[in-house]
Design a binder for this molecule. Structure first.
Ligand code: EPU
Length: 421
């Protein structure tokens, strides 16, 4: 099994290219099921998760081809299967989002429940309620969701989400695009990935209004067309490298990063004493010499502080002067990085949904274990800032969501390598 070995202490300097957003790309791939015409996704991140979604789509009859550079071509000329078995859904929750498109296009689908995951229970009740609001009949038994559309297909409806769930909002949009008439989603999630999906569905012929606000309107169509779509930049990858640069006291331009998509993070970093500013085609992050200051954060749906950057921010706070209180409000079990960070010398105590981080002057390298995607990369950040060698085990978590991580970091001076022995 691969390991990442880091010799800490090198400042990151230079430019880091930001890839397309994993969490957008996976739903855009599911959208390819909505049309029998070809779909091309540009700026696609090459990740284990996108390959995995590609395998599932191929099982459903979609032709999946990697093009030049960061292109992915998908063509669902016909749907060969409307059944997504447990083995193809359990590993990655985003695969569940094929249910809505299959149901909308074929009138029925059987998809395994994604199950829980390390960061929390993560039910799909809101996804199912959204599909029911479009007329679907849903039965859940033996770990599978069986969904059926009414005889004439799904019908536009009003979907009122009790919580602004990202996945449920996207799932509702995907299904509503092929439902008859208008659908309205109230209390919709506002993440940039939602706006990205809205732009793609609009270009496919189903106009979507209001994406980025809490009310989204979709004009469903009986047929959608093919599209070429550029995947939005990854705001979580951006956040991760921004925090890595700050932790090492470096100075980098994050190429292709969108200033507007990370404002809550920029505020917290600026309060901590880091220089963050819009730069030519990206964002500049720098910290030269001065000690970091402790800052409290609370994770919130967008535009609040992203839960997907909480672990990485905690890694930065381990080195701050003072005490930082970090509250996680989105997932119930998302502090698994805390005990691993303490192996490097961090002083963290966790009480329920709150972590209290007492800053220490320095971290020291140690072997650590990756537990989930964002937790793993927080260990990489801490390892880059620590003295000596850090070995991150169970690297497959990182490969799910970070494209060419070692290359991007060593490209600006980090001593980091992968070993597979
Ligand atoms: N929830 C329910 N019922 C539902 C759906 C969600 O109770 O039907 C709960 C969840 O259990 C969770 C909360 O609502 O406690 C938030 O879940 P949400 O649906 O908003 O998140 P998601 O769609 O499952 C996406 C990202 C996550 C990211 C969250 C929040 C993808 C593939 N995943 O998950 O990304 O943390 O939004 O921004 O888009 C990651 O990339 O590491 C990751 C976990």
């Amino acid at each position: 099994m691969d390991r990442i070995i880091i010799q800490g202490g090198a400042r990151l300097e230079g430019r880091i290219p930001i890839s397309g957003a994993k969490n957008s790309a996976l739903k855009l791939m599911a959208a390819a099921l909505l049309t029998d015409e070809p779909v091309t996704l540009a700026n696609m991140p090459r990740l284990a998760d996108s390959r995995f979604m590609g395998h599932l789509l191929a099982e459903l009859g979609v032709s999946v081809e990697e093009g030049d550079g960061a292109e992915l071509r998908l063509h669902a000329a016909t749907i060969a299967a409307t059944y997504a078995p447990y083995d193809l859904v359990r590993k990655m929750r985003a695969t569940f989002n094929v249910l809505g498109p299959l149901l909308a296009r074929e009138g029925h689908a059987r998809v395994s429940l994604p199950g829980g995951c390390a960061i929390g229970a993560r039910p799909v009740d809101l996804h199912l309620k959204a599909l029911e609001a479009l007329g679907a009949q849903i039965e859940v038994s033996e770990g599978y969701v069986d969904a059926k559309a009414p005889a004439g297909g799904l019908v536009g409806g009003e979907i009122d989400l009790p919580f602004a769930s990202v996945g449920a909002t996207e799932h509702a949009m995907l299904a509503a695009a092929l439902a008859r008439g208008e659908s309205v989603i109230e209390n919709a999630a506002c993440e940039p990935e939602i706006a990205d999906l809205a732009a793609m569905l609009t270009a496919m012929g189903a106009p979507v209004e209001g994406a980025g606000s809490s009310t989204i309107r979709i004009q469903g169509q009986s047929r959608l067309k093919g599209v070429r779509h550029h995947v939005v930049g990854d705001r979580i990858e951006t956040a991760t490298y921004a925090l890595a640069v700050a932790a090492t006291g470096g100075d980098c331009i994050l190429d292709g990063a969108q200033w507007a998509h990370n404002k809550a993070l920029w505020r917290a970093m600026i309060d901590a004493g880091v220089t963050v500013e819009p730069a030519d085609q990206g964002v500049r992050v720098a910290r030269n010499g001065a000690r970091l200051q402790a800052v409290d954060i609370e994770t919130q749906p967008y535009p609040g502080f992203p839960t997907d950057a909480q672990a990485q921010f905690m890694a930065l706070m381990t080195l701050a002067e003072g005490t930082s209180v970090i509250r996680e409000t989105i997932f119930e079990n998302r502090f698994m990085h805390a005990p691993e960070l303490t192996r490097l010398g961090a002083d963290i105590s966790v009480h329920g949904s709150e972590a209290v981080v007492r800053g220490v002057p320095r971290l020291r390298g140690a072997p650590v274990m990756a537990t989930d995607l964002r937790a793993s990369v927080s260990l990489v950040i801490a390892g880059l800032a620590a003295e000596g060698e850090t070995v991150v085990n169970r690297v497959y978590h990182l490969d799910r969501g970070f494209e060419r991580l070692e290359a991007k970091l060593s490209g600006c001076g980090a001593h980091i390598e992968r070993r597979s022995d």
